[in-house]
Ligand binder design. Sequence first.
Ligand code: FES
Ligand code: MG
Length: 580
Amino acid sequence: MSTDKPKLRSAAWFGTTDKNGMMYRSWMKNQGIPEHEFQGKPIIGICNTWSELTPCNAHFRELAERVRRGVFEAGGYPVEFPVFSNGESNLRPTAMFTRNLASMDVEEAIRGNPIDAVVLMVGCDKTTPALLMGAASCDVPAIVVTGGPMLNGKHHGKDIGSGTAVWQLSEQVKAGTITLHEFLSAEQGMSRSAGTCNTMGTASTMACMAESLGVSLPHNAAIPAVDSRRKVLAHMSGMRIVEMALEGLTLSKILTKEAFENAIRTNAAIGGSTNAVIHLKAIAGRMGVQLDLEDWSRIGRGTPTIVDLMPSGRFLMEEFYYAGGLPAVLRRLGEAGLLPHPDALTANGKSLWENVKDAPNYNAEVIRPLDKPLIADGGICVLRGNLAPRGAVIKPSAATKELLQHRGRAVVFENLDDYKKRIVDPDLDVTKDSILVLKNCGPKGYPGMAEVGNMGLPPKLLEQGITDMVRISDARMSGTAYGTVVLHVAPEARAGGPLAVVQEGDWIELDSAGGRLHLEVSDEELKTRLAAWAAAQVPDPADASGYRNLYVERVLQADEGCDFDFLVGCRGAGVPKHSH
Ligand code: FES
Ligand code: MG
């Protein structure tokens, strides 16, 4: 082995001539790998979330092949390995239930194997945080390669957006303005190419978060999945990770508090998903970076949303890429002094600002000027009050302006089944000014904190043309969804948060600008109700065993990122004991 290269982790497997070294090499050689590949080349893991059950990531084998070419070209040796793939569209009770499981898989796979650096192949919502969380806990050099969004959906001569069209069309069919046939015929047109949701949903948001955090190459977020430039990006990422392995450019040098602040500001500018609040907290927690809900108010609020994408705006990810993609947004922010930390280091070894300072903007309708924003005061609003002592969030850009300050009487659903049963009841005591309250859909309650917070309106109000109401829950909401929806109420009902004891007819006040969520019930009354609630609790037998048992016992609340308590923190990439 040459001596001018840094000591690589993989040398602890392949770099000796004893019994162990012989064993590690010999079994790998059953794949036809020549001896010279074991002589000190960086071994690059390609951590792949390919799965036919994660349709958004189903094109990843081909994309991984492009990464592999890049790794070879730069003098590394690629080893592709699968990890748990959690696809948003199929996985029940929610892909979020397995985000932490996937992160454990990633962490242990990296640490236990002869890997010097890793390429994280991510796409569908939860795959991005899961892989970043796992890699962050190892603190190896890592680069994100996202699968890219689907082409624009096309239906009846119009562009339709992933997810967003589902919510819109399903409300229309319930309101009787379109036929069932028309509704179902949108299926193929909405998803007409490989890739992730083409709206600014959670997948696109997390891709933008990765790029603004600096853990991917520029343009990683927006290049369409089927655009040949996505293959080029994968190839270049494969080349770059070999250099990163040799430079020792580990994640902790990139994922600093400053990087997270850049990402929070970026989230506001793009009109990103509320799910980012939970995922960034979880990633930061793995890196030992302190991130608080208040950071979202402090850094995000007041930032204009300048990306005009559904669900908040008009366009889709294809237009976003053709308009200049995330670099054009970051340049706009930077020129206005709105990039909190332009000097933050990124995966290519340059600062965020160096990467974007000359980025062109080809379409000022899609990436708008700061003085003609889609929403003047974007960002995610953090709420607190006696109904959410540890916080809740609302995304004003996806809400109805008039409802952001609202006082109304609660219509209470104890859980999702109760909601489904009663929401269709023509005798349900509800008006457009009521506040729909949904309980027991949080991390422990659902379990997994499903994306059901944007609960559909009562059909009888939809028929009257009502399109939005205030809704409050401990659930999440799909990044593709919209409405005046208060989410992530913490503590959740199941954990004994005040949400658990809201009663039918209680008055609730939502004051988004003031960051307040108040249940108009005295402290004393609230205490009495909570004591009665606690006394009436019986354990759910479904929680007694299996992964679900681990989940409900160890999952943290939304304000803490919903990680497992025992996974928080960085455990490094120290080489474990020999296996034999
Ligand atoms: Fe996979 Fe939206 S469902 S990205
Ligand atoms: Mg989603």
